[in-house]
Design a protein around this ligand. Structure first.
Ligand code: HEC
Length: 176
């Protein structure tokens, strides 16, 4: 009984302490306030493991066509480049102010499989600025975006510009 009472008291102290910490406003939610390396590790590892487990059943297409890459580039310009930046392009003001920052996909795309990328783009990442595009786009469009993101690590600013010029010439400039 004594042990149980002790345990109950310990749980109460921890819960009360947690609630007090929340209500006190001690945690600084400012996006200008950098995360500690420990916080960054916890958040990023949680995200990576969650994506790996949840995308394991997704079967990616064997390959992508040029037309899919071009179609994906049109989506990328309209929906992703502002936050993530693009070859030869800076992030928008909103993208620059995000924390966690939207990483340069030319640098990180190779950390992910095509199925991982599809899952992230479709479902988004909770508690970060990364939106879910599944509710507004069909799977075919999402695979086109994956096809384009896959090319980013090897893409020069000139090549990125050429995709943009081609999309505009074909009348594929669209707002989201
Ligand atoms: C409103 C800003 C915003 C937009 C728009 C956005 N993203 Fe993101 N994205 C983020 C943020 C912030 C993260 C970092 C999440 C994290 O650290 O867990 C992220 C993470 C990612 C990641 C995981 C990268 C990594 O290694 O951590 C991928 C892949 C990604 N986004 C792809 C896209 C694509 C493709 C689009 C367009 C269809 C897009 N994002 C649009 C903000 C955005």
């Amino acid at each position: 009984m004594k042990l149980l009472a002790g345990l109950a008291l310990a749980v109460f102290v921890v819960v009360a302490g947690g609630v007090a910490a929340i209500l006190s406003g001690a945690f600084n939610v400012a996006a200008t306030n950098p995360d500690s390396s420990m916080t960054t590790w916890i958040l990023h590892t949680t995200m990576q493991r969650s994506v790996a487990v949840r995308s394991s059943a997704i079967v990616a297409p064997e390959s992508f066509t040029e037309a899919q890459v071009q179609a994906g580039s049109n989506e990328f310009r309209a929906m992703c480049a502002g936050c993530h930046g693009a070859p030869g392009r800076m992030r928008s003001a909103a993208g620059k102010g995000l924390r966690p920052r939207a990483p340069d996909l030319a640098v990180v795309a190779n950390n992910w499989t095509n199925a991982n990328l599809f899952w992230i783009i479709k479902n988004g990442i909770k508690m970060t600025g990364m939106p879910a595009f599944g509710p507004t786009h069909d799977d075919q469009t999402l695979w086109n975006i994956v096809a384009f993101v896959r090319q980013l690590p090897n893409m020069t600013a000139d090549q990125y510009q050429r995709f943009a010029d081609e999309g505009r010439a074909a009348g594929n400039e669209h707002e989201h």
